[in-house]
Write a protein that binds this ligand. Sequence first.
Ligand SMILES: O=C(O)[C@H](O)[C@@H](O)[C@H](O)[C@H](O)COP(=O)(O)O
Length: 239
Amino acid sequence: MEIHIGKNSKDLSSKLAEWFSEYIQEVLGKQDRFTFVLSGGSTPKQLYALLAEAPYSESIPWNRIHFFWGDERAVPFEDSRNNARMCYDELLDKVPVVAENIHVMRTDIAPELAAAEYEQVLKTYFNGSETTFDFVLLGMGDDGHTLSLFPGTQVIHEQNDWVKAFFLAAQDMYRITLTAPLVNEAACVAFLATGAGKAETLKHVLKGEQNLDLYPSQIIKPAKGQLHWFIDEAAAALI
Ligand SMILES: O=C(O)[C@H](O)[C@@H](O)[C@H](O)[C@H](O)COP(=O)(O)O
């Protein structure tokens, strides 16, 4: 695991953008396409905004990237809470991506159906290859959740399905999420977490005993891939 610390969220986003642009060039030197899993939340907005500007808007081969999502709130695309919607607004509408390479989790059909359909999309896309995503960007909530793996939910322990839908009573909302076994097959996973509100949780996630029901972010450990944590000084205060 590699930890990258930025002074504040702006500095950290620059570090990650810089790191990402080098990583993507390196991967695309060896293969034709790059598979990028996007994350919702407020923290990645600054990163997306940076990537949508020069020099990255010009240097990144956007037409070779395929986009997926780590999780989705089952609300209409037009709803500002929709994770995909945020990524379009901040990034995808601003750079020369190929529309057919963007794979959103559907929220216009029943969540269970959308999860099954997404799993099928992924299986077709990966076509039996051993490693899955080239890059998974993850956030961590103050409560230690990542993806839609919220503390105390069964989905944390899912072993078989790649994508799951479930009703999250605390938010009165269905969620669709990739599961840990799939994400742990990625070539590279990076958490982006900022702010003093995450410091205590981050201490438990990184340094505490394993307790997946309380700190689901601990379950993310790529089997063969890289794991990075991009955090700012405020979030890193207790580690
Ligand atoms: O679907 C969601 O509810 C969000 O994507 C969520 O999982 C988010 O990534 C984390 O809560 C971190 O959020 P912040 O970046 O806003 O702290």
